[in-house]
Each structure stands twice: as structure tokens, then as C-alpha cells.
Design a protein around this ligand. Sequence first.
Ligand code: UDP
Length: 239
Amino acid sequence: MRIDVLGVGFDNVTMAEAVDHAFALIHEEGAHYVVTPNPEIVEVCREDPAAKAAVNGADLVLPDGIGVIKGAAMLGTPLKEKTPGIEFAGHLMERMAGEGLSLYLLGAKPGVAETAAKNLAEKHPGLVIAGSHDGYFKEDAPVAEAIRQSGADVVFVCLGAPKQELWMKQNGPATGAHLLCGLGGSLDVFAGVVERAPRFWSDHGLEWFYRLCKEPKRIGRMMKLPLFLVHVGQEKRRK
Ligand code: UDP
């Protein structure tokens, strides 16, 4: 059973359980997808029914950061732990490398996915990079077909939210892959274009603050975080 946080249902799993579940999905028939919403995306879902359907329609819904964990605890339905998308992806690639499975990287500015592919192949010997494509395309069908032709088992879809969630719901089956994971700006991190916050900041629940200092233009988006906490407070009183 999922834990509801303002209309988004989160799977209550540890990181190890999330990776096990995702790995089982890779070996099942059909296309499955994983999403990793943060408070900002929960707020988007409150306003946008299509985004909400795409997020809740995922086979695995993982809390990306400390905000959702705090929100769930405030509502009296705590989640086991945060499962940041980028860390989840790291564990998944480790396991995929062990089985020689293949990965397609979709998203980010031209050239970024290729650099990420090179870095990830070096970091995870045994992992097969099936192909890559930037995230600034006009038509979905040729991209889905390119993925299908590549024979990839797994696709990292990094188009930002909620675009990536909508894309996976709509195009997942056409890619022929068994698992698609929506991972926001992860390709920028894998390519070394954007730096992830050092452990100290994420351990103290302050990754968002580190990111804000590095990219002040995110302030508009980040104002959704206090709004999320206000809405959680209202929901708590309503309950
Ligand atoms: N992006 C893309 N296509 C688009 C819009 C965005 O590929 O049409 C990429 C963008 O280049 C970036 C990622 O999607 O690599 C979104 O990054 P952001 O930092 O917004 O994601 P977050 O991790 O905060 O969800």
C-alpha cells in the first residue's frame, strides 16, 4: 500500500528494497517506470491532473529527498527513508553491470548524455551503454523508435518534471525497454556539468540550500518547498 502525501502515493521502501523491486521489473514482461518526486513535483501534481496521473501511474514512486520524508512524518504516516533518484540510479547500474544489461540515456543538452555515457561506462565496467539522445527533440516517436532499435533494457529519462513522467507514461511501451526511470538533472551530474552537494549538506537535509547557492535562478521553483509544508500543515489539521 502506498503512503499518500498530498495526493501523490509513495512506495514505503528502503533503498535496497527499491533497487530489488526495480530489478524484478526489468525481468518482467512489458514496460514499467519509476518516478522520484520531490516536494516541488508534489506541488505540480496538485495543480496538474495529467502530471499527477503520470506520477501515480508509475510502478515505483520513490521520495527523492528529505522534504517528502518530513511531510509524510508530519502527516503521521512516516516513510522508511529517502531514496534520491541519483543514488537509486547508481545502485541500479551497479547491479545491471553485474548482469551485462544495457542502458539508454535520454535527456539534457546536446553532448551531455554522450559525456555521461562515457563516464558511466568507465565507472561501471560490464554495463552496456545502448545509446543516448539529447532532451531537446520535437517528436517523440522517432526517439522511442531509436531506443527500441538500440535494444536497451533500461532507459534513464532526464527531461525534467513533469515532462519526463508524461513522456514515460506515453512512450514507455514503444521503446521496448522493460524499465524507464525519470531522473531529472542526473545526466548533468553524471557528465560532470553540475556538481552534487557534498555529503555534509545532504546528511543534514540541506541539499536544496546548497543547490540554491550554486544556482540562484532556482529560487522561483524552490518557493514551492515552503508552500508544500504549508499544504502538509493544512492537511494535517484537516485529518
Ligand atoms: N531538459 C531536457 N529537455 C527539456 C527540458 C529539460 O532534456 O525539454 C533537461 C535539462 O537539460 C536538465 C534536466 O532536464 O538536464 C532537468 O534538470 P532539473 O535540474 O530541472 O531537474 P531536477 O533534478 O531538479 O528534477
